[in-house]
Design a protein around this ligand. Structure first.
Ligand code: NG6
Ligand code: CA
Length: 508
């Protein structure tokens, strides 16, 4: 009988094993769809939560963006890590919270590269899986080692942190050097007219916005009164490099053409393109064919222009037969600002358009509009159109896209939210640290806690509430998306829990 017991035992084991084997294919069906699509991240500069039709804009027409947003997974709780550019871009590419790096602040055009060349980056991860990697557009993460000779190859550029190809503007459209840089070389530089850049002092004899207003076609409101290029006074001083200077009004077309030719040159293998638009950051310089199209002055016009370039880019993917095999992610590096330093009618002509949507604050702010931004993923035939309330941050793209290409790359801060991105799950992050000009706040579930900060409540120059208060602030975003009702004193237990959660990540 022991024998018969043993035989039945063996049978049971065999049965179990065979069951498991027949189950396997089913299980893998449920796993995230792992293929190797091309990946494109289109990243706007200072585009607010309420600036696209798909996010509730009524006055501004963004048909091309809306088509992608409504045809993909559109996030209503999608965040940039920060309320300014450099830190958000740092997190997007490295998967590391920018407040962990003291250099991740708005950078001058002469700042050294702030990503360590040995650090993990999104393009590096994709490269290990056979991707070609390119960046076209705004960089703003520093170049060189702090003492760049712009007339030589710049040794520390996007190419040293994972991009095979780069065609960039160094910092911002309002900062010198106002030239394009391709794979570390200033484009169109005439060796007989070398280029020099300095953020401390002017070069002798060079006009500035401050001293030569008669030479400017755009007037500065605050900052922006150093070297004048194309009639626009900039931040920082520059000399020489005449032939290399970009044309502001042609910038959108210029980057679009570079983005298109990058794709066309790399379509045989999977590619990753980081297409970083310059709009609607200042100076707002729409191409003449977009002037007047929004009725809101240059700021609205460059958003219409940005929408158009996205439409053109997608049309190219379609005509190349690449649309079904390309995942497109769209977002913005921080929230909106109207007057960011030039008199350009942004405030005067905004009319009924509400760049921040229902949110409070804007660029530079710890309130929601600083960091909550348009965020959607479009993948024709793969992502079923929908709206997701899941909490997701750009910092998660490293682990998420890593997972998509079958890499198990991890950082402490980046979460693999592939199922969320593809719409198979609504379970996003539990919590997120929000950052604005080195101040931080904590979101957990639907609650957000802003610790006390010294400093002005409002930045008067840009007319934005920064989120500073001497008191703790606690908001329930589910009931109060506009953050009008501070519940800190009426909900002491919740406040305590939020402070503990915050300190556990942020440290004391
Ligand atoms: C600020 C500039 C602002 C903009 C910003 C960077 C002044 C007074 N203001 O210092 O115009 O350039 O930096 O914007 O100079 S960001 O989107 O790149 O972070
Ligand atoms: Ca920005």
């Amino acid at each position: 009988t022991i024998r018969s017991l043993l035989t039945s035992f063996v049978w049971v084991i065999l049965l179990l094993i065979s069951c498991q084997e027949t189950k396997k294919p089913e299980a893998s069906k449920k796993a995230p769809k792992v293929e190797k699509p091309n990946i494109v991240i289109i990243y706007a500069d200072d585009l607010g939560y309420g600036e696209m039709g798909a996010y509730g804009a009524t006055e501004l027409k963004t048909p091309n963006l809306d088509k992608l947003a409504n045809g993909g997974m559109r996030f209503t709780n999608g965040y940039a890590t920060s309320a300014t550019c450099t830190p958000s871009r740092y997190a997007l590419l490295t998967g590391v919270y920018p407040w962990r790096n003291k250099n991740a602040k708005i950078l001058p055009g002469t700042a050294p590269l702030i990503i360590d060349t040995s650090q993990i980056t999104l393009p590096k991860v994709l490269k290990t899986k056979g991707y070609s990697t390119g960046i076209v557009g705004k960089w703003h993460l520093g170049l060189g080692n702090g003492n760049v000779d712009w007339n030589q190859r710049i040794a520390h550029s996007p190419n040293e942190v994972g991009f095979d190809y780069s065609h960039i503007l160094a910092a911002t459209q309002d900062r010198v050097p106002t030239v394009y840089i391709e794979n570390g070389h200033v484009v169109n530089l005439d060796p007989n007219d070398p280029i020099y850049v300095n953020y401390e002092e002017n070069f002798e004899g060079e006009p500035t916005g401050k001293d030569n207003p008669e030479l400017t076609t755009m007037k500065w409101h605050h900052g922006h009164n150093n070297s004048i290029v194309n009639g626009i006074p900039r931040i920082g001083f520059m000399k020489g490099g005449e032939a290399a200077k970009w044309s502001d009004i042609d910038m959108a077309d210029h980057f679009l053409n570079k983005a298109k030719s990058y794709v066309q040159g790399h379509k045989k293998n999977p590619f990753f393109l980081y297409y970083a638009l310059q709009q609607p950051h200042v100076p707002r310089t729409p191409h003449p064919r977009f002037v007047g199209t929004s009725g809101m002055g240059p700021r609205g016009d460059v958003i219409v222009e940005a929408d158009w370039v996205v439409g053109q880019f997608v049309q190219m993917l379609e005509s190349e037969g690449l649309l079904e095999n390309t995942l497109i992610i769209f977002s913005s590096d921080n929230g909106p600002v109207l007057n960011d330093g030039y008199y350009d009618d942004a405030v005067e002509k905004v009319g009924n358009h509400n760049p921040r949507g229902p949110l409070r604050g804007g660029k530079y702010s710890l309130f929601e509009a600083g960091t909550r931004v348009p965020f959607f993923a479009y993948w024709k035939g793969k992502i079923t159109p929908g709206v997701s309330e899941a909490l997701i941050s750009q910092i998660d793209l490293l682990a998420t896209l890593g997972s998509l290409v079958d890499s198990d790359v991890k950082t402490e801060d980046s979460k693999n939210l592939l199922n969320v991105l593809l719409g198979d799950s609504q379970e996003g992050r539990n919590h997120l640290i929000l950052e604005a000009t080195s101040r931080t706040a904590f979101r957990e579930g639907n609650w957000v806690m802003i610790p006390p900060y010294e400093g002005a409540a409002v930045n008067k120059q840009v007319d934005i509430e920064l989120g500073n208060s001497k008191e703790y602030q606690l908001y329930n975003l589910k009931e109060d998306i506009g953050q009008s009702d501070n519940l800190a004193s009426s909900h002491p237990d919740k406040l305590k829990e939020m402070i503990e959660g915050y300190l556990a990540i942020r440290g004391n």
